[in-house]
Design a protein around this ligand. Structure first.
Ligand code: SF4
Length: 260
């Protein structure tokens, strides 16, 4: 298999989707370290971590295999202190650098002027505007040079991620999106984290299986879906931030409509 080339994509609109389909089949039979090394061999890969359990396991595998992937994170300015502490701890434990992308000040100032600092509670429009300024815009910069986007998405995280493939073609961003943990269970990753002494966010043990910005994340109750604590005041179908807006994750491609 060859590296994805922009010129090939431009010349053949089927190239990207065909490559994604090949990778789906190929990666399915590989153990996780093999998947990471295969992904790194394909081209310029960027792994976006939010420092959740899944992402921490991926980071530990990248460190162990010395795979050549850039690791980046988005510091929205509203993260939990525990998440920021984990960022430092992870870099120190694995001796690697995690690139931090932050929102532009003028974009945040514009949001605050229009809606108020916590205006995201008041309307879906305001919440999407906040996620756009604090997450989507920095993500665009983080992926600007990427041919492959690696995520910690897992099918069991919530209903609208249930169909996440191992590899897909992100037509909006013209890159391969690879979710090497898509077929892994939470229990499998928890066991791996324990066995490999992977540093994890202490909030997981306090009822936060999914951790985002502090004002938009709460602990879940027993029996609730894993992502029930994210934007809990919104309807289920709206509770994505837009980072993973794609046919496989959202169920339908709503052009230009962030869903974080
Ligand atoms: Fe803003 Fe909340 Fe989205 Fe974070 S999760 S960017 S605080 S709306």
């Amino acid at each position: 298999m060859t590296k994805p080339q922009t010129s090939k994509v431009a010349a053949d609109p089927d190239f990207g989707p065909q490559l994604a389909a090949q990778l789906n089949a190929e990666l399915a039979s590989m153990p996780l370290p093999g998947r990471i090394l295969r992904i790194a061999s394909l081209g310029r890969a960027v792994f976006t971590t939010s420092l959740g359990l899944e992402d921490q396991v991926l980071t530990s595998i990248i460190a162990a295999t010395r795979a050549e992937l850039r690791i980046v994170t988005l510091d929205t300015g509203r993260l939990f202190a525990e998440t920021l502490e984990l960022l430092d701890k992870t870099e120190a434990q694995y001796g690697l650098s995690i690139e931090v992308f932050r929102p532009w000040k003028d974009e945040v100032d514009g949001f605050v002027a229009l809606y108020g600092m916590n205006g995201f509670y008041d309307s879906v429009e305001a919440r999407h505007a906040c996620c756009h300024a604090r997450k989507l815009q920095p993500l665009g910069r983080a992926l600007a040079d990427a041919e492959i986007w690696v995520t910690g998405l897992r099918r069991g995280q919530s209903g609208n991620r249930a169909n996440a493939p191992l590899a897909e073609w992100d037509a909006d961003r013209s890159l391969l999106k690879i979710n090497p943990l898509a077929d892994q269970s939470l229990e499998t990753l928890q066991a791996r984290a324990r066995a490999d002494d992977v540093p994890v966010n202490p909030l997981h043990a306090k009822g936060f299986p999914s951790i985002g910005c502090e004002p938009c994340t709460r602990a879940i109750k027993p029996g609730e879906p894993e992502r029930a604590g994210r934007w809990w005041w919104e309807q289920d179908e709206r509770r994505e931030c837009g980072l993973h807006l794609s046919a496989s994750v959202s169920g339908s491609r709503a052009q230009g409509q962030p869903k974080v």
